[in-house]
Write a new protein. Structure first.
Lengths: 110, 386
């Protein structure tokens, strides 16, 4: 949180710092997300059969399911979703969730 | 030039008031009031001018609902339910040909829009559907066992929720505009209820057909979050506020009559009137705040889809429905037996019965359970006053 108030000229240093910490690959993030979906998402289908861009709402994700999913993701990745990410679009696909989680991981690593 | 709320005030105090007792007694559609509303083109109040409507704001429409409900709760509620459907079309149907043409038709013919969201199989859970849109080329068919379609007999078109396809999960819904001439309605139950008797909320088996262009393009979940849910709770609350305001008005008149009989002393029942007035004021503040919140959120789509906004709109409904009953209760105690009787100028029986529906239409317990679940993840909002 503290880095939000750092002066902007520190930005390049931060980016360099973030790059030195290895982040999980797209594939491994997606796998972890599928595991959380299977456990907490309450979907009508097996998350293992979903492509990254598939619409999770068409797969049965509900607003109730979103709550469980988000709590599961926070636990798994040790991140916290800010208010700005608490909307339907954030959870619409595995790819969308992956991008959101990656953004949160980068922020917490920096 | 009088705005829609001033026009509605005239209809309310005139024709709606004149027939309110017979609408309530006979559980019949307030035909006279709706003839007057059509004549003044109020059914298209919220339709933008480019489609032939008055282009009124939500504030104006809410004030119109209130003005009608002051004199006839059923008229106010039907008007509110119609405007909710209109708002869905105005906000989300402007980018496609079928709905654009329909908006113009609505304004031109002063069409009355009904809604079929509940289903016998799912009960009050309107966010799940069993029925589905069955596509065949560029056409569709749809069959729904609708446990309630308020004023279904009088509706010129009905907005129906259904699963997107026969293979979709129950939560993947769309909203379909079905014209009355393209559907068959078979009545399955009749509305004989404690209050809101004129809404004629009968049950029907609905069979419809049409072009796929009649399906609203936005998923119902988004449409609900951005328009259906907030506008419903704002307009319903405005109706209940109108009912409560009239109850307080009657209580005030009763206290004044008492005071005239015994000049120099404030009647003891005036204390209850003060309590009723305080709650009425609270209700009004909550409704006006919600309208302002909605206007702010409409300018910021991210805010519209946010959890904190959904919570604000859900709790609005719970708060105003509870307050409405409290206000009418205090008004009844103010008027005493004159309010309890059905044959005095201070009668509050209809208000009491109509207000009871508020907590039950989309049950408060259901909303609070949903809110409690959402609060597990909610954070402080980032907008003004959050």
């Amino acid at each position: 949180m503290q880095r939000d108030v750092w002066p902007t000229d520190a930005g390049t240093t931060n980016a360099g710092l973030a790059m030195t910490i290895p982040l999980p690959s797209d594939e491994s993030l997606a796998e972890d997300i599928r595991a959380v979906l299977a456990e907490c998402g309450g979907l009508a289908v097996d998350p293992g059969r979903l492509a990254p861009e598939d619409d999770l709402y068409a797969a049965g994700l509900t607003s109730h399911g979103c709550v469980g999913l988000m709590l599961g993701l926070e636990e798994r990745f040790e991140v916290e979703f800010p208010e700005t990410l608490l909307n339907r679009r954030t959870f619409e696909s595995i790819a969308a969730i992956r991008d959101a989680v990656r953004g949160l991981l980068v922020r917490s690593a920096a | 030039m009088n705005g829609p709320s001033a026009q509605a005030r005239a209809v309310g105090a005139g024709v709606a008031a004149a027939h309110a007792d017979s609408v309530d007694r006979d559980a019949r559609f307030p035909a006279e009031a709706f003839a007057a509303l059509r004549e003044r083109r109020l059914l298209s109040a919220y339709v933008p001018a480019e489609f032939g409507g008055a282009g009124a704001s939500l504030f104006e429409v809410a004030a119109a609902c209130h003005a009608l409900a002051r004199h006839c709760g059923s008229t106010g509620m039907i008007f509110a339910m119609h405007q909710i459907q209109v708002a869905c079309l105005v906000h989300h149907g402007r980018d496609d040909a079928w709905h654009r043409a329909f908006l113009a038709r609505l304004a031109d013919g002063q069409l009355l829009l009904g809604s079929a969201t509940t289903e016998a199989e799912t009960g009050g859970d309107i966010r799940n559907s069993v029925c589905a849109v069955r596509a065949d080329g560029d056409r569709f068919t749809l069959a729904k066992n609708a446990s309630v379609i308020s004023y279904g007999d009088q509706s010129d078109a009905i907005l129906v929720t259904a699963r997107r396809t026969p293979d979709s999960p129950s939560s993947d819904q769309v909203l379909v505009v079905v014209a009355k001439e393209d559907c068959r309605l078979e009545k399955t139950s009749r509305w004989d209820a404690l209050g809101m008797r004129g809404t004629c909320s009968d049950g029907y088996r609905l069979e419809a057909a049409g072009e796929l262009g009649q399906v609203m393009p936005l998923p119902y979940a988004d449409l609900s979050a951005r328009t259906m849910l907030p506008v419903t709770h704002i307009l319903w609350s405005s109706v209940w506020l109108g009912i409560a305001a009239d109850a307080v008005g009657r209580a005030r008149a009763h206290v004044r009559a008492e005071a005239r009989r015994k000049p120099g002393a404030t009647p003891p029942s005036a204390l209850r009137l003060a309590e009723a007035t305080a709650r009425l004021q609270q209700m009004k503040a909550v409704v006006l705040t919600a309208i302002r919140q909605y206007e702010l959120a409409r300018e910021t789509p991210d805010l519209l889809g946010s959890l904190s906004f959904a919570t604000a709109m859900g709790t609005l409904k719970v708060t105003t429905s509870e307050l409405a009953m409290e206000v009418v209760d205090r008004a009844m105690r103010t008027c005493g037996l004159a309010g309890y009787r059905n044959d005095t100028p201070y009668s509050l029986g209809r208000h009491l019965r109509d207000a009871q529906s508020a907590a039950l239409m989309i049950g408060n317990d259901r909303i609070m359970a949903h809110t409690a679940n959402q609060l597990l993840v909610q954070r402080d909002g980032s907008g003004p006053f959050e």
